[in-house]
Design a binder for this molecule. Structure first.
Ligand SMILES: [Zn+2]
Length: 58
Protein backbone atom coordinates (compact mmCIF):
# COMPACT_ATOMS: atom_id res chain seq x y z
CA UNK A 1 0.00 0.00 0.00
CA UNK A 2 1.13 3.54 -0.66
CA UNK A 3 0.15 4.94 2.73
CA UNK A 4 -2.83 6.96 1.54
CA UNK A 5 -5.57 7.30 4.10
CA UNK A 6 -8.26 6.13 1.75
CA UNK A 7 -7.85 2.94 -0.26
CA UNK A 8 -11.22 3.21 -1.94
CA UNK A 9 -12.24 2.74 -5.55
CA UNK A 10 -11.40 6.33 -6.50
CA UNK A 11 -7.93 5.97 -5.06
CA UNK A 12 -7.16 2.59 -6.58
CA UNK A 13 -8.63 3.30 -10.00
CA UNK A 14 -7.51 6.90 -10.43
CA UNK A 15 -4.99 8.14 -7.91
CA UNK A 16 -2.71 5.56 -6.32
CA UNK A 17 0.88 6.27 -7.44
CA UNK A 18 1.85 2.64 -6.93
CA UNK A 19 -0.56 1.63 -9.66
CA UNK A 20 0.54 4.16 -12.26
CA UNK A 21 2.25 1.51 -14.39
CA UNK A 22 -0.70 -0.87 -14.32
CA UNK A 23 -3.11 2.01 -14.93
CA UNK A 24 -1.19 3.07 -18.05
CA UNK A 25 -1.12 -0.49 -19.29
CA UNK A 26 -4.88 -0.93 -19.00
CA UNK A 27 -5.85 2.65 -19.79
CA UNK A 28 -3.26 4.30 -22.07
CA UNK A 29 -5.79 7.13 -22.39
CA UNK A 30 -7.18 8.60 -19.16
CA UNK A 31 -10.73 7.52 -18.36
CA UNK A 32 -13.37 8.97 -16.13
CA UNK A 33 -14.10 7.10 -12.96
CA UNK A 34 -17.70 6.48 -14.00
CA UNK A 35 -16.58 4.89 -17.27
CA UNK A 36 -14.46 2.46 -15.29
CA UNK A 37 -17.29 1.57 -12.93
CA UNK A 38 -20.40 1.96 -15.04
CA UNK A 39 -19.17 1.81 -18.62
CA UNK A 40 -19.69 -0.80 -21.32
CA UNK A 41 -19.06 -4.48 -20.68
CA UNK A 42 -15.68 -4.02 -22.32
CA UNK A 43 -14.81 -1.18 -19.96
CA UNK A 44 -15.93 -3.16 -16.94
CA UNK A 45 -13.81 -6.11 -18.06
CA UNK A 46 -10.75 -3.87 -18.20
CA UNK A 47 -11.55 -2.55 -14.73
CA UNK A 48 -11.85 -6.08 -13.39
CA UNK A 49 -8.52 -7.08 -14.93
CA UNK A 50 -6.84 -4.00 -13.51
CA UNK A 51 -8.13 -4.72 -10.02
CA UNK A 52 -7.06 -8.34 -10.29
CA UNK A 53 -3.59 -7.30 -11.44
CA UNK A 54 -3.24 -4.65 -8.75
CA UNK A 55 -4.09 -7.13 -6.01
CA UNK A 56 -1.16 -9.22 -7.14
CA UNK A 57 1.35 -6.38 -7.12
CA UNK A 58 0.47 -4.37 -4.01
ZN1 LIG B 1 -2.45 3.99 -2.89
Amino acid sequence: MCGANRQDAQHVLQDCPLLDDARLKYWPEPREMNQKLYGSALQLGITAEFIYASDLTI
